[in-house]
Design a protein around this ligand. Structure first.
Ligand SMILES: [Ca+2]
Ligand SMILES: [Ca+2]
Length: 344
């Protein structure tokens, strides 16, 4: 037997060790390559590591801003800015200051567009916000706040009587007007305005003065199937059972905007009279139908949220096309506006 074919226990152990080392090397290289490929895949496909719930996300647009400490989701125009108020950061559309140049104006729109057709249905929406008008100066409280829908998030109309809305065309506006002009019914009214025209197509009078320094609660619902717009107003958080102002548009939102997307937000302005015009919180939800479940304060209790959960209950159930129910959650651990739609 040739020498090199002689095997001893020691040489067998040596061969085994060399074999093991080789396998370890091959395994290490394979695992490293696999991990690199996985990292590369996740980098190239970020949606793959977002929670699976996103795959079930319904075509619902939501905005939930309990305060305005983070305005990264908004497009701010003119003088509009987040401002620390007594108890929270508010969106100050215009400040109570003697303006330079005849008047101040400001607007803020959600930067993400709202589709005006969802799943083949004309979009319906429900929004709820709190505003406060305070610290008047000059000739008196002026000029009001407008909830506006327009095809451009950088929309900003004129100063003074235009309330930052006049001149934005096309557009839909719901004004909370606190200064009398010749085209106004009085110096304290709610109005529905079209295409930047300051002569409202419908108006109504609230129960108290807007500049009473107290927060006002407003709800605006739009039914895309009937084109009916309802405005509710209250000095407390309870949504009134009847709208203060109701008006049916003669066109769809798509026809009005001349677009299948639009932006929602607020405008304001001052001139010879001024005041702080603040939005203190804002919720908005849009969907293919106007459902009770979309309406703030009409939402039922969350059927599965634990009391110790960091997930806040903000809405739902929302009926989806296939009859399943989806639920919205707000991650309280990061504060606000982090929404997932889940199917339990
Ligand atoms: Ca006015
Ligand atoms: Ca008016």
């Amino acid at each position: 037997m040739p020498k090199h074919q002689i095997t001893t226990p020691a040489s067998l152990i040596y061969i085994a060790r060399q074999q093991t080392k080789r396998w370890i090397t091959i395994a290490s290289v394979t695992i490293t390559a696999g991990l690199l490929l996985l990292v590369l895949y996740l980098f190239l496909n970020p949606e793959s590591w977002v929670r699976t719930a996103s795959a079930q996300t319904q075509p619902i647009t939501t905005i939930h801003l309990e305060n305005f400490a983070d305005v990264s989701s908004l497009t701010l125009n003119g003088i509009a800015a987040p401002v620390e108020d007594d108890d929270k950061v508010v969106l100050r559309l215009v400040p109570s200051e003697e303006p330079s140049g005849g008047g101040y104006k400001g607007s803020a729109f959600a930067s993400n567009p709202v589709p005006l057709v969802i799943e083949g249905h004309p979009t319906s929406f429900s929004t709820h916000f709190q505003f406060r008008i305070s610290d008047p100066g000059g000739e008196g409280t002026a000029d009001g706040i407008v909830f506006a829908i327009a095809p451009d998030p950088e929309s900003l109309g004129g100063i003074g009587l235009d309330i930052g809305y006049g001149g934005i065309s096309p557009s839909l506006g719901v004004e909370f007007d606190d200064w009398y002009n010749v085209f106004d019914p009085n110096g304290n009214h709610v109005g529905i305005n079209l295409n930047g025209d300051m002569t409202s197509v419908a108006t109504a009078n609230p129960s108290d003065d807007f500049d009473n320094e107290l927060p006002w609660y407003a709800w605006i619902d739009f039914n895309g199937e009937t084109n009916q717009l309802n405005v509710y107003l209250s000095s407390n958080a309870a949504r009134p059972s009847s709208p203060l102002l109701s008006h049916t548009l003669s066109t769809t939102l798509v026809d009005l905007m001349g677009s299948d997307v639009a932006y929602v937000g607020f405008t304001s302005a001052t001139a010879a009279g001024w005041a702080n015009h603040d939005i203190r919180f804002w919720h908005f939800v849009a969907g293919p139908k106007l459902l009770d479940s979309m309406i703030w304060n009409a939402w039922p209790e969350c059927p599965f949220c634990g009391s110790t959960s960091s997930v806040g209950w903000v809405g739902g159930p929302i009926n989806t096309r296939n009859g399943n129910l989806s639920y919205q959650e707000l991650d309280l651990s990061i504060g606000q506006s982090h929404i997932n739609l889940l199917t339990p």
